[in-house]
Write a protein that binds this ligand. Sequence first.
Ligand code: AMP
Length: 303
Amino acid sequence: MSLLIIGSVAFDAIETPFGQTGKIVGGSASYISLASSMFCDRVGLVAVVGEDFDFEFLETLRSRGVDTNGVQVKTGEKSFFWSGKYHLDMNSRDTLITELNVLGDFDPIIPQEWESPDFVMLGNLSPGVQITTLQRLKKRPKLVVMDTMNFWMQIALPELHEVLKMVDLLTINDEEARLLSGELSLLKAARKIQSMGPQYLIIKKGEHGALLFGPDNQIYFCPALPLEEVFDPTGAGDTFAGGFLGYLASQDTVDFSVMKKALVYGSSAASYCIEKFGTERLQEINKTDVESRLKLFHELVAI
Ligand code: AMP
């Protein structure tokens, strides 16, 4: 099965209680591509970078089987830049800088061979670009998954509501679920968000795992692996989504029970991401590493 990913490919600068980075490669689609390509052998990326980007990273993606023909390079322009600082508990952070740069007027051009993908992952990006991407596809994919964040709720809420009607599954963190729904209870928030469009919803709760909501009030919970050291949580949510969808795209059926398993794959992939700054750890691991931790998840929750 084929998986088309669209999202930010960017520079990040991160500060955690363990240290600080200069400009390093980040971006929602960078993490999603690295994680999903471990499971799915037909991954295509649509993104935009400036001429300042680290092009070796695109080579790394290609070496992992990601088709980067849909990555536009804008001469004379700068890549998207995001900077964040984590609080002591590493579960919450403040955004210090968001410079849209090339993302400001991003026109997502989908290569012809990617106009009919089986799966689509709309990574964190302006809802307007997410809508345009879906409108440019030749046929309705089997599953459309979308991620978003508070930034877009604050500046593009009407477009966000529009794209929610077009997707099958939304991934969002607990704080954002409360913000989007106006409900404090996550259960109520989930039902309200599902009524906005997506049949399925994943609420990410950082070190406290993730909840999957499906049709007919189905709910499933997957923990995050407790780790002695959490070095940098940036991209953990995107890695989770990439592992989840990469696994789904490698299966014949897509339903709630397969999604439950995919959730554990996503959680396992994310447990690696946070072990080093940025995308570094993900570049060192493969499918076998992710699978080797699945047993730990079983032991953690089996009664
Ligand atoms: P996560 O930690 O999974 O929420 O994702 C972190 C990544 O999201 C970073 O690598 C950022 O480059 C990217 N990011 C942050 N803000 C935005 C935004 N407004 N639009 C697109 N990507 C963003």
